[in-house]
Design a protein around this ligand. Structure first.
Ligand code: ATP
Length: 577
């Protein structure tokens, strides 16, 4: 398939704001793709790797600029000027192709196959000279591209297609293309995506085997699945009745720990750990690996997937019944650490509190929560933490059973959790199936204060005066899941220490896509946790809202751009004030 045909699809997608039209444009393209379907599905989203395999392409905007200049012969200052004007290096590349003056004698027409494979290949270059080879490969594509093609090659390389296609649109398009929008087809595609995290696999399965084959796609060890998320309860009573709805009278209540959500995959001695963003963190937690080996050794279950929260504790309290949890920022040092990892085991000892079992030789996702819990208990025995011996703790999350009519045990557990320094209470429907990737009313969280928001930094300005080296004024945005874009809700300039600000500046400077004086535009990748006094309606920002007195609480390295709080959430918080 010619890449030009895909470019035409992109242009049509960008030209309509209607999600239904976008879905139909994509469905038509998928239906006619033949052998190219997996590649096309991947390119339609502009993400070259499935979510569980975050292979970085290793492409920065400066590397891309270099490739554009080499391929087109355009003058750097002029291309930069276009880039600054449009805020998009893709548009600047298109301009450079038309105006660069370079004639390619033996230009080879771009195909979908070549663009996909060459771009994916960028991730494989390693070692010395790899940057240079990436520039050459990318320049090779751009020099064979028309202006329109160059625009999308560059945007795909940078991971931001700008055609307004989110996961939901791809899901719906697959259902329309191959399942005739049959009843339940969207749900079938969604479920299949949540257990595989790979739209290419899902699309081929839908085409070749229909809804039945999608239903057979299953949890595979070492391919992380998306975790079930919680909704917020305003009060204990609300939480219990929401969790008890749909027939699950008994509500399982647990401590809400403040740590790292962790998915544990076990195949005999082979143990691997994944975060909520599906990133593998096995090497960072050798103590957890040992604990899981020890805890599963004596059981009948050889192969399993568990869901739990990994929590750091003050070393001097680790053996006490009432241990003191450390704050998330401290624990996250263990995730970032690359060398001398064993030393951290004693410095920040951890306990994994397991609360679900998603697989124990067969998938348990469809089983009621109460049964999954029984299977969890059968699949491991608790392990006491032993930091000196290099072993983490492994135990069940502290829990109690309650109901809307009989809330006392829930109230007691909630108080106990807060007293011990944990974050709050989780309430879970005991009859509900596990719903990967969904934020559902079957799992509710209760916390005492007005909840901070997790927001993405989209633009930033250098401070004035003493801190003028640092990006101290940050524009914050929530996530609009409808359009897969970010909407600004305010500007943050307080709450950080000098050290935090210096670190943050370094993180942000690595993501600059455009500079204009002291203002920089950023790839929307850094998520911050932000407290505030109130949400006001405002015309200053494109969300229609503004946070009053936003204050920096911390960076959330465990969250990605799509995990930020949504525009819907901001709206409902605004309404509830
Ligand atoms: P928050 O900022 O409140 O942690 P979040 O956006 O990170 O929210 P939510 O899904 O809203 O995530 O809240 C659930 C999170 O709470 C889980 O992802 C998990 O990391 C954590 N958690 C702590 N204890 C439990 C528990 N017992 N059961 C489930 N999740 C728990």
């Amino acid at each position: 398939m010619e890449y030009a045909a895909l470019v035409d699809v992109y242009d049509r997608l960008a030209a309509t704001a209607s999600n239904n039209e976008k879905r139909d444009i994509l469905a038509e393209a998928f239906a006619g793709a033949g052998d190219l379907l997996p590649r096309l599905v991947v390119l339609a989203r502009g993400r070259l790797f499935p979510a569980y395999d975050r292979g970085e392409l290793g492409v920065s905007s400066s590397l891309t600029l270099e490739a554009v200049l080499a391929a087109t012969g355009a003058a750097e200052a002029e291309v930069r000027e276009r880039w600054r004007e449009t805020g998009d290096l893709g548009d600047a590349a298109a301009w450079a192709v038309d105006n660069g003056g370079q004639q390619t004698l033996f230009s080879r027409e771009l195909t979908v196959e070549r663009v996909h494979d060459d771009l994916r290949g960028l991730a494989d270059y390693e070692g010395e000279g790899s940057q240079g080879r990436r520039v050459d490969a990318l320049a090779g594509l751009v020099s064979d591209a028309t202006a329109d093609e160059a625009r999308y090659v560059v945007r795909t390389a940078l991971g931001h297609l700008r055609v307004g296609v989110g996961e939901g649109t791809i899901r719906d398009a697959i259902a329309v293309a191959f399942l005739d929008g049959e009843e339940g087809s969207v749900d079938a595609v969604e479920r299949a995506y949540q257990v595989t995290n790979d739209f290419a696999v899902v699309a081929e399965t839908a085409r070749d085997g229909g809804v039945d084959a999608l239903g057979e796609l299953d949890v595979e060890l070492f391919r992380p699945i998306q975790l079930m998320l919680a909704e917020k309860a305003e009060t204990l009573g609300d939480g219990l009745s929401d969790a008890a709805a749909d027939g699950g009278e008994a509500v399982r209540c647990e401590y809400k720990y403040d740590g790292i959500r962790i998915q544990v995959h076990v195949d005999g001695d082979d143990v691997r750990l994944f975060t909520r963003r599906l990133e593998e963190v096995t090497t960072q937690f050798p103590d957890v690996v040992r604990a899981v080996r020890e805890g599963t050794a004596g059981t009948a279950t050889e192969r399993a997937v568990f869901d739990g929260e990994l929590v750091g504790y003050a070393p001097e309290t680790i053996r006490e019944e009432s241990r003191s949890p450390v704050v998330f920022q401290t624990l996250s040092r263990r995730v970032k650490r690359e060398s001398d990892i064993e030393a951290m085991v004693g410095e920040i000892p951890v306990v994994v509190h397991l609360f679900d079992c998603l697989y124990d030789g067969e998938t348990t996702l469809d089983r009621p929560a109460a049964e999954r819990l029984e299977r969890l208990e059968a699949a491991f025995s608790p392990v006491d933490p032993d930091p000196e011996g290099g072993v983490a703790g492994l135990e069940r999350a502290a829990s109690a059973s309650a109901s809307p009519e009989d809330p006392d045990s829930a109230a007691t557990l909630y108080e106990e959790a807060l007293e011990r320094g944990h974050e709050g209470l989780m309430m879970k429907n005991a009859a509900a199936a596990y719903q990967p990737g969904r934020r559902v009313g079957r799992m509710l969280k209760l916390k005492p204060t007005m909840e901070p928001l997790d927001l993405v930094v989209t633009r930033a300005k250098y401070s004035e005066g003493r801190r003028s080296e640092w990006l101290g004024r940050l524009y914050l945005a929530c996530y609009d899941s409808e359009t897969d874009e970010h909407r600004e809700v305010g500007r943050l300039s307080t709450g950080y220490t000098d050290e935090e600000l210096a670190d943050l500046t370094e993180e942000l400077e690595a993501r600059v896509v455009n500079r204009e004086g002291r203002l920089v535009e950023l790839k929307p990748e850094v998520v911050l946790e932000v407290a505030y006094e109130e949400i006001q309606s405002s015309t200053e920002y494109d969300s229609g809202y503004a946070l009053r007195f936003p204050r920096f609480l911390g960076v959330r390295p465990d969250l990605g751009r799509g995990d930020a709080d949504t525009l819907d959430r901001v709206e409902s918080l605004f309404d509830s004030q």
